[in-house]
Ligand binder design. Structure first.
Ligand SMILES: *Cc1c(COP(=O)(O)O)cnc(C)c1O
Length: 373
């Protein structure tokens, strides 16, 4: 198993303490898993049941809370459509990011790393801080100054240090990137191990559908950890002959921050100059995702599409879900708004899966505002 530079195709040993290639190029993991379904017998339903599919060589020092195995629940919507929703708000740290953190921090622990840096609009930071604490690794989290109080409190409670950056998500990432040059970047977008955790989302869906792939999957598009991770996961199951098709990947963005939508319409669109507007969906407010090309590839290769949702649609979706007893964060409601938009234009026989990405407890201030409307 090796790490491989995205552009240069230069390979690096996975035993090195690195998170980037030459000239800070993005790395992927060159990994051809050996796996069959008989391995799963009698293993508990959490993401580490797919042990052989996870690019971690040693069995010692796996950092896990037995995360994963979330319910896949059929939900009906007011527009008469229905879909399977994976309840990824039910995680140790309150978001699906724990899938990625478990693999990434396991790798860091096995490399003997004592200190990590991460930046986040909240949930990835809270998740990495949680796993770093379990692994006894010191952790610095960079957040934009306007990050939700519930998320910063959670990060502090997990013993991490917070560096509050005056500026937007892009400036926060730039400061963390500089700090990471002297440490290890536990980034959910830069570090390739994260995606080999989020890919277990795809495995679980197929297993819960009796090893069938759905027709389509509707996912939030911020930094693309689920989009890119799921695409890896489905491709692996397909290559292993376990599923017979790869679902269409439908990416949901906020109309106020839609870089992937813009790039898809115009490949020359310059993300560096893009000034997004504010959105209640703080978790997908990423104007300049560094793995934008990977996201576009996942959408294109699966004949998927990008859907944009307005602030009003997000709020209505949040209210509709709360009326059914689901307490989710507004970012998560954005994905559901995209889902209902997608389903309303469809033939009803399509098997479609989406998710609740984060818990409502993460975003108390924004939900207070919604309730006051
Ligand atoms: C991180 C996150 C997203 C967006 O996921 P990306 O990997 O950035 O595309 C959506 N919802 C919640 C709750 C999140 O924490």
């Amino acid at each position: 198993m090796n790490l491989i530079g995205q552009k240069s195709s230069k390979t690096y040993s996975a035993n090195l303490n690195i998170w980037h290639g030459e000239n800070y190029e993005l790395l992927d993991i060159d990994f051809k898993p050996n796996f069959n379904l008989n391995f799963l017998e009698r293993r508990p339903f959490n993401m580490w049941r797919y042990r052989e599919l996870i690019p971690i060589e040693k069995n010692s020092q796996i950092v896990s809370f037995e995360e994963g195995g979330t319910p896949l629940t059929k939900v009906n919507f007011l527009n008469g459509c229905s879909a399977y929703i994976k309840q990824e708000q039910l995680f140790q740290s309150g978001s699906y990011k724990d899938r990625g953190s478990s693999v990434l921090i396991t790798k860091a622990k096995q490399l003997g790393i004592k200190h990590v840096v991460q930046d986040s609009s909240g949930n990835a930071g809270a998740s990495i801080a949680t796993y770093a604490r379990k692994a006894n690794i010191q952790c610095d989290i960079y957040v934009p100054a306007d990050t939700s109080k519930s998320k910063t409190m959670q990060i502090l409670a997990m013993g991490a240090s917070i560096f509050s950056v005056q500026g937007n998500r892009k400036e926060t990432a730039a400061q963390a990137f500089e700090a990471a040059k002297k440490s290890y970047y536990a980034s959910h977008c830069f570090n390739p191990y994260f995606f080999h955790g989020t890919k277990t989302f795809a495995y679980e869906i197929c297993e819960q559908l009796n090893w069938n792939a759905p027709d389509s999957i509707v996912l939030p598009a911020g930094n693309g950890t689920l989009i890119i991770g799921s695409f890896i996961g489905f491709k692996e199951l397909f290559a292993l002959g376990i599923i017979s098709k790869i679902p269409k990947i439908i990416a949901v963005q906020s109309t106020n921050c839609d870089p992937i939508n813009r790039l898809q319409q115009n490949p020359h669109f310059n993300l560096d100059l893009y000034e997004a507007q504010e959105t209640i969906a703080e978790g997908i407010a990423i104007p300049n995702p560094i793995r934008a090309e990977d996201m576009l590839e996942a959408i294109k290769a699966t004949f998927g599409e990008v859907i944009c949702v307005t602030e009003t649609e997000i709020i209505l979706a949040w209210k509709e879900m709360s009326q059914q007893g689901f307490f989710i964060e507004p970012t998560s409601a954005a994905c559901i708004a995209g889902l209902t938009q997608y389903l309303s234009g469809l033939d009803r026989t399509e098997v479609c899966v989406s998710l609740f990405s984060g818990s409502g407890l993460k975003s108390i201030e924004k939900i207070t505002k919604i309730l006051a409307m």
